[in-house]
Design a protein around this ligand. Structure first.
Ligand SMILES: [Zn+2]
Length: 156
């Protein structure tokens, strides 16, 4: 699955669309199957990813580093599998964009937030299988990440 930010050309309403692939999106767009949930306009295009970009006037080319390039492209992976992995990596990157790395303090911090000992925020980090199990048993929502994340202090 792949998620696109979409907008209707008429009024610029933003919404998200989920597709099996970018071809799937193109196909639905071509056949006019995509409609704006707010005004029903069928002229739907992919929205620019960067917020607050001026619609008119200067054309601003926004290029984002492609995190998916970090995904291994070794032999044995079909193009389809690679594409799925890239989409997954992209979703993970999006999900972690506003999330704070807490390293091995993940279990401790998740628990503190769950019991209201500290302000809730989006965090990600490392936990042992045992810690993760304990969190789940306490009813604390944790989600495994499909790809390992390099700790920021070890990234360079
Ligand atoms: Zn609209």
């Amino acid at each position: 699955m792949i998620v696109f930010d979409l907008e209707c050309r008429a009024s610029g309403h933003r919404f998200e669309g989920w597709f099996g692939s970018s071809e799937d999106f193109a196909d639905q767009q071509r056949r006019g199957l995509l409609t704006c949930p707010q005004c029903g306009d069928a002229d739907v295009v992919k929205a620019l990813m960067a917020p607050n970009v001026a619609r008119k006037g200067n054309q601003l080319a926004v290029t984002k580093p492609e995190p998916a390039q970090a995904v291994a492209s070794g032999p044995g992976l079909s193009p389809e599998a690679l594409k799925a992995m890239r989409a997954l990596a992209k979703m993970q990157a999006e999900a972690l964009k506003d999330s704070r790395w807490v390293g091995d303090k993940f279990a401790e911090q998740s628990r503190a937030m769950h019991y209201g000992e500290r302000e809730a925020e989006s965090i990600h980090g490392q936990a042992t299988l045992q810690e993760a199990k304990a969190l789940v048993e306490e009813g604390i929502e944790v989600a495994p990440l499909p790809f390992p994340v390099a700790p920021p202090d070890k990234a360079n």
